[in-house]
Design a binder for this molecule. Structure first.
Ligand SMILES: Cc1ncc(COP(=O)(O)O)c(C=O)c1O
Length: 473
């Protein structure tokens, strides 16, 4: 047990008990993944994402720094690449190598490429021939298609989801030292965006579904009127209670950036995700439901002034050619990705979401094993099933994953370590944790993500379910 004390004036001194023991299992699991990466089993580019654009096993992984890839694997992490479908994972048992064929990967980018490859190449060809590669017609076309699909007036293509959140916060006027209420259970990027604005991340617990607990938010907001910014995360593809969020926004006059990286298209009682916050931030990281063939993201908003500022911020803060009213970023979605997203992926998003939902429906009705529980779907949420989380006993998680792996089923963990427990947070120093993070901790310790993506066949689902049912606990 270690105690992190945050000195932000005596009155606001907050103590957080870090449960070191609870994370040692995760550390072990990371080592296991590290070994797999080194063997080249899941070593395509973005090993954790399962993304394999070129199909090259990434021997450069070790050169670039395995640790960096592991962070990706744990934060964004989705386990094996499509290469793993053909490769074999191996482990040493009794001095002999036991070969296990990965038959159901977490993501299947090879299958995706077989479906979309020709169209992607045609889009790339068009952009190449156009001679215009940055902030041109393709980006404009994609932005307008995305905005109309989402039902918001403006979409601004940016470099990635992290930048989208940062730009969103800056559009809402964040200043150094401003407190931002957010979730302890998310990709680190959610909090990193706050840190990059020199803000103070403030964490409260999630509910049992892994989404920011709005009752706790209300409690805290009533006590600390200095909190005026919130970044809720629509985790796993579920939608936060948008009615509750809207009530909080109005009652406390909040600026809200909804982190929609995992939840494009999700709804709450018919209302679309990203429509309560003044800003919605989305990621096109390859594993996302609308994933590019590289990095990308977007800021969405109904507000013209926010849109204008976001456009300037993504482009060095340039409000007119060579006029810089503030220091911005270089965070432009490029023409090639915009063309590919607009021509090939966005038109398939609805159909692919339907397939994810079908798989989730089967999983939800067929996971019958007392040792494995479904993570509850929040009432009112129509999820887009970016991930399919289940819960098992914390101390048996690695054994459970090994069992599934033995049956050829890849799994992930989202996320094994709460954000306030990350060393980067301690080094940053300026953050607050309010109350025990019991629900979030339970998910961090026991969550396992089953494979879910549009290319799973019914046979794949059968395989996953039979492996899940075969687990003795
Ligand atoms: C919840 C969440 N927020 C933010 C991000 C950051 O997106 P990106 O990787 O595009 O920066 C991610 C994903 O990767 C995410 O899952």
């Amino acid at each position: 047990m270690t105690t992190v004390s945050l000195r932000r004036g005596k009155a606001s001194r907050i103590e957080y008990n870090s449960r070191r023991n609870a994370t040692s299992g995760s550390a072990k699991q990371l080592h296991q993944q590290e070994a797999e990466v080194l063997e080249g089993v899941s070593g395509a580019k973005n090993a954790g994402s399962g993304f394999s654009l070129s199909g090259f096993p990434d021997r450069r992984a070790s050169a670039r720094g395995i640790k960096g890839q592991l962070l990706e694997m744990s934060e964004i992490g989705s386990g094996e690449s499509a290469l793993a479908r053909q490769a074999s994972s191996s482990s040493r048992r009794g001095g002999r190598r036991k070969e296990t064929r990965v038959t159901v990967p977490l993501n299947d980018f090879r299958a995706q490429w077989r479906t979309v490859g020709a169209e992607v190449l045609a889009a790339v060809d068009r952009v190449g021939a156009s001679g215009w590669y940055i902030l041109g017609r393709e980006v404009e076309r994609f932005e307008s298609a995305l905005a109309s699909t989402w039902g918001l007036a403006h979409a601004i293509g940016v470099g990635n989801g992290l930048d989208a959140i940062e730009i969103g916060l800056r559009c809402l006027g964040i200043r150094p030292g401003d407190k931002v209420l957010t979730s302890p259970l998310s990709a680190f990027a959610t909090t990193l965006a706050v840190m990059r604005c020199a803000g103070v991340p403030v964490f409260v617990d999630t509910d049992a579904s892994g989404l920011l607990d709005l009752d706790r938010c209300r409690e805290l907001l009533s006590h600390d009127r200095r909190i005026r910014l919130v970044v809720p995360v629509h985790l796993y593809g579920h939608c936060v209670d948008l009615e509750g969020l809207e009530t909080l926004r109005e009652e406390f006059d909040l600026g809200i950036v909804e982190d929609c990286a995992q939840a494009i298209g999700a709804r709450f009682r018919g209302r679309g995700v990203g429509t309560v916050g003044q800003v919605a931030a989305v990621s096109f990281y390859p594993t996302k439901n609308l994933g590019a063939l590289g990095d990308g993201g977007a800021v969405l908003t109904a507000d013209e002034a926010i849109a204008r500022r976001a456009r300037a911020l993504r482009h060095y803060g340039q409000s007119a050619t060579y006029v810089h009213d503030e220091a911005g970023l270089n965070s432009r979605l490029d023409e090639v990705h915009a063309a590919v997203l607009g021509d090939v992926f966005l038109p398939r998003l609805a159909q692919w979401t339907t397939r994810r939902t079908e798989v989730a429906t089967r999983y939800r009705s067929e996971v019958r094993n007392d040792a494995v529980r479904l993570v509850p779907v929040p009432e009112g949420s129509a999820s887009v099933w970016h991930l399919f989380p289940v819960l098992c006993e914390a101390r048996r998680r690695e054994a459970y994953r090994a069992h599934l792996s033995g049956a050829g089923v890849s799994t992930g963990i989202h996320y094994p370590r709460l954000i306030p427990e990350q060393k980067a947070m301690r080094d940053y120093g300026s953050y607050e944790v309010h109350g025990p993070l019991k629900n979030a901790q339970k998910l961090a310790e026991g969550e396992v993500s089953l494979p879910i993506h549009p290319f799973l066949s019914e046979d794949d689902v059968d395989r996953v379910m039979s492996a899940v049912r075969g687990w003795a606990g």
